[in-house]
Unconditional design. Structure first.
Length: 394
């Protein structure tokens, strides 16, 4: 045994496997967020003070935001503030998964700010919208950043007001003192909520792994069964591959409805069973055709590739793109076919959208059609040995 070359190579093989699969952990180690898109809405109409001076605190906050986005050494900022004209446009952007959160300054913000120096002060209010369904990790961080930003505004406003009262040697009333404790209040609202039974917002990611493994298993079983058969000519092989595609469609229906049903059994909230089941079936069929095409041309040697896609892709699917390094974002995440499945499921689970001809569906169908175009010509491979070839050789 000690002379067997495979046994002698086993330490190198083990180290290679450890190295390859250790690389799958890299994206999850100390992810650094950058350019998180957050909408900023300034609807503040300003206020005219008794001395006829016009004040618009919303514009002041906008200037503060511009200052906070500046970073040293041309580094990318944590937040990418995007100015939006009104609340309605911000809400539409949240629903279209453009922003992880939004900060809205209402029309009467300056007016209420000015009232803080009067006997009848009223705390100004800002609205924070958190887009939970877009990505739990990113939306949580965006919420923390916005809350910290408003808390910092509170501290600055409080300090300025106290300095003004002291300078004017004015005594605070009980009502003014209570209002100064929180001169700016926060109204935080979660939009596109993830609910309580969604694997903390990761239900779409959780469904990917069993579906991908089922796609591999289905494609491998049918391909091996096909390879065991003898075909008299290439036409018979082409017909067999068309039957292989038909079987894949049947398997897709079983996989789509079976996985969706099972997800509901284990406790995941399924907002629309039929829409989700059919979308999962489309994803399965797309993956099945892609894997079948790889097996048809490369053979069983293609299997490690699809396994590596699973292990490299899984950590990235739950992570916001803004948290990834340039390498992983551009060279791995950008072409992962399963990310379109996860995006489509997010819209179905959290955004109230039904099954439609949207980008995730179009991409998955495109992957399936492209794989089909690659799969069928494999029946014409020159390496195929037909009965006529055997008789000619004899």
């Amino acid at each position: 045994m000690v002379k067997d070359k495979f046994i002698l190579m086993s330490p190198i093989i083990v180290l290679a496997v450890i190295l390859i699969f250790s690389l799958t952990l890299v994206p999850s180690v100390n992810p650094t967020q950058k350019n998180l898109p957050i909408a900023f809405v300034n609807e503040d109409e300003g206020v005219i003070l008794p001395n006829q001076t016009t004040v618009n605190m919303g514009e002041t906050i906008a200037t503060m935001i511009q200052e906070t986005t500046k970073t040293a050494d041309d580094k990318e900022p944590t937040i990418k503030w995007i100015s939006v004209k009104n609340y309605k446009a911000a809400k539409k952007g949240l629903d279209n998964r453009k922003y992880y959160a939004a900060l809205v300054i209402p029309k009467d913000f300056s007016q209420k700010q000015a009232s803080l120096q009067t006997p009848n002060p009223i705390s100004a209010e800002v609205q924070i919208l958190v887009n939970q369904g877009m990505n739990t990790m990113a939306s949580t961080i965006a919420s923390q950043i916005l809350n910290g930003f408003v808390d910092n505004m509170n501290n600055n406003v409080r300090a300025q007001l106290l300095a003004d009262f002291e300078k004017q040697e004015r005594t605070l009333t009980t009502k003014q003192a209570a209002t100064l404790a929180s001169p700016i209040t926060k109204n935080t609202t979660n939009v596109n909520e993830i609910g309580q039974h969604s694997v903390n917002g990761n239900a779409p990611v959780s469904l990917f792994q069993p579906l991908w493994m089922a796609s591999i298993a289905g494609a491998l079983i049918i391909t091996l069964a096909l390879n065991k058969r003898f075909f008299a000519n290439r036409k018979e092989k082409l017909v067999a591959q068309l039957i292989q595609v038909l079987i894949g469609g049947i398997l897709a229906v079983f996989a789509g409805f079976g996985l969706t049903w099972m997800a509901g059994v284990i406790g995941i909230d399924i907002p629309n069973f039929l829409d989700i089941a059919w979308f999962v079936a489309i994803a399965f069929f797309s993956f099945y055709l892609m894997i079948s095409a790889g097996l048809a041309w490369i053979g069983i040697k293609a299997m490690p590739l699809f396994v590596l896609i699973l292990f490299f892709g899984a950590p990235l699917l739950a992570m916001p793109p803004e948290f990834m390094s340039t390498f992983y974002h551009d060279w791995i995440y950008s072409w992962l076919p399963m990310r379109f499945m996860v995006d489509g499921l997010r819209e179905l689970f959290f955004f109230g959208n039904g099954l439609s001809w949207n980008q995730p569906t179009m991409v998955l169908v495109g992957i399936g059609l492209g794989s089909l175009i690659v799969l069928l010509p494999s029946a014409l491979k020159p390496s195929l040995i037909t009965k006529q070839d055997i008789q000619s050789d004899i």
